[in-house]
Write a protein that binds this ligand. Sequence first.
Ligand code: IFM
Length: 473
Amino acid sequence: MSSGNADYRDSGLVFPEDFVFGAATASYQIEGAWNEDGRGVSIWDTFSHTPGRISDGANGDVTDDHYHRLEEDLDLMKRLGLQAYRFSISWPRIVPTGSGEVNQAGIDFYSRLVDGLITRGITPIATLYHWDLPQPLEDKGGWVNRETAYRFEEYTRVIGAALGDRVQIWTTLNEPWCSAYLGYGSGAHAPGRTDGADALAAVHHLNLAHGLGLSALRAVVSNDPQYSVTLNLHALRGVGETGAEAVRQIDALGNRAFTGPMLHGAYPQDLLDDTASITDWGFVQEGDLEIIHQPIDVLGINYYSTNAVRIWDGVSERVSADGHKPSAGSAWPGADRVEFVQQDGPYTEMGWNIAPDGFEQLLRDVHAEFPDLPLMITENGAAFADVVTDGAVHDPERTDYLRRHLTAVHRAMEGGVDLRGYMVWSLMDNFEWAYGFSKRFGVVRVDYDTLVRTVKDSGLWYSELVRTHVIPE
Ligand code: IFM
């Protein structure tokens, strides 16, 4: 698959003054302190402590130790000049068993984080759920159980009341596609379950949690924040004659299963038809779609690469380059005949193809479908095998990746897409889920032995961009 990416490397492009540049992280990936100050156990603690689940045998017990290094990390953000910081809140730090008793120490931690950001002139963007479900809720069925959505609503009310005078953008869920399909379909992510019907029930209950969470926030916050959700919308390329049909199926499962109910107020009929032999969608109850379909102020988009698909001919050896860790089950229930085709490089260390043109196209497509909805890039970045040389990290590939993707963002804006900001993934190297510490996404290096932070060359480059709003040389 060739792609037209060669010319996506402009410098000198100017972003509007009110365009916000920041960085993103997630609680389980950076905090550590997994069993301190009253924090409960999450599904990722259980999963990462289970032998064989994480490629390098790592876990998030300590990871970047951000919980204990909060002030140092806030100073680092200030030094980089970040205008916004997108973090996630660990549900089991706030409600350790997932329901009932609230842990004040957890609330205090995020309150200090938010105050520390505001003092430094950095806008707090809070994500309520970036995958660390309290284990006791999983023990009752996790996201397959409708009750989990109501527990999410309760947790949201607690943390919304505590931080709802200061947080400026609230994001309900991060990438519910991963929570549902990797957590309950392919089993590559916690809780590691592999049942297509469960994955689809999880899709709906996550959508429901999004709606319930929005209502809960609206009822308790005291400032005037923006409301959002972050989706990892799949940028799809059809291959050959069957490409269009394969794109339709994957688009339904990967994109429209979320944008349908959240932004149009209905599940797409073709999704229901494609999955009819797996589930009758009886878990969608009367009134659910009204709860889910609420106005949001900005849609968060995470983008890394594209997927190329076609319908498998049933004869030739089947490839399955869907960009995720090989796993026991399928991440695509009902799309059994779709084949993910290996795309041309270059690739990042994740094996993901580098495709800024796919990024621009995705942004244009989303804007065309939802012209009145502002967009924000809530994640974009790349893992590469960094090398430390005399205390520095020269990572030209990451800078090049960022430049190309920021060029794509700029071109989309020139083309009329209403884009409000860009959060690089990630502020610092961290626990990359099923890959442990083997993949580094940070613009700041973390030495996992000493926990020393070193700004990479890409971080210096990004810092200049943030300061000037012009893509540097
Ligand atoms: O590290 C993850 C993040 O938690 C969610 N989006 C994709 C990133 C890179 O895989």
